[in-house]
Design a protein around this ligand. Sequence first.
Ligand code: MN
Length: 230
Amino acid sequence: MALEDYKKKRRFGISPEPSGKSSGEKSQQPNFVYVIQKHRATQLHYDFRLEWNGTLLSWAVPKGPSLDPSVKRLAMQVEDHPVEYASFEGVIPEGEYGGGTVMVWDNGTWEPEVEDVDAALQKGDLKFTLHGKKLKGSWVLVRTHGYGRSSGKSWLLIKHRDQYASTGDITTEEPRSISSKRLLADIAREGGGDVEKAATGDPAPKSTKKKAVPSVKGGPKSPRRRKSAP
Ligand code: MN
């Protein structure tokens, strides 16, 4: 796909996003970059990106990843991004393409679980292992039927069963930037963005007045024991 679509949509004199000048150069590293950017644009979504053939293959995941293998998350393939986009965290000016706040939510490397990645992408069934800080283990992206404009671009992101599978909600349990530990609102504030809009992508602040005493209904035998706060 190369980066034409990426460049067409953006004005690099106005947006601080990388222009992708060094596109096309293949990474010399044996490991490929993996990143998820939490993006509070028109709608909150998580941009899931895998380095391949010198660019970042990209999918917008509205609900973000789930560690629960029974949960399939819609992932809309979007234009390839330059590899240097992986470290971009900041504010895209309102009115520009993707205007809003971007957070590096997770990053690391990935490796294919298939011999031929291009063939797997063509087929619409890519199995891979993530070596991220939040996401680890085996995953799959499966192309599904889309309609109209989403035809051919609609995929599902699914966790495979392994030691890293869980029913916990990783997006609410770990809402902060993996690179700066900031919330979206912090990034917006420091980048001159729309703090209120960004904050709608952060978890609601814990209510102090309703904290109260945990229910003792179940007593010590309660199976719904709560984990202690980290
Ligand atoms: Mn996005």
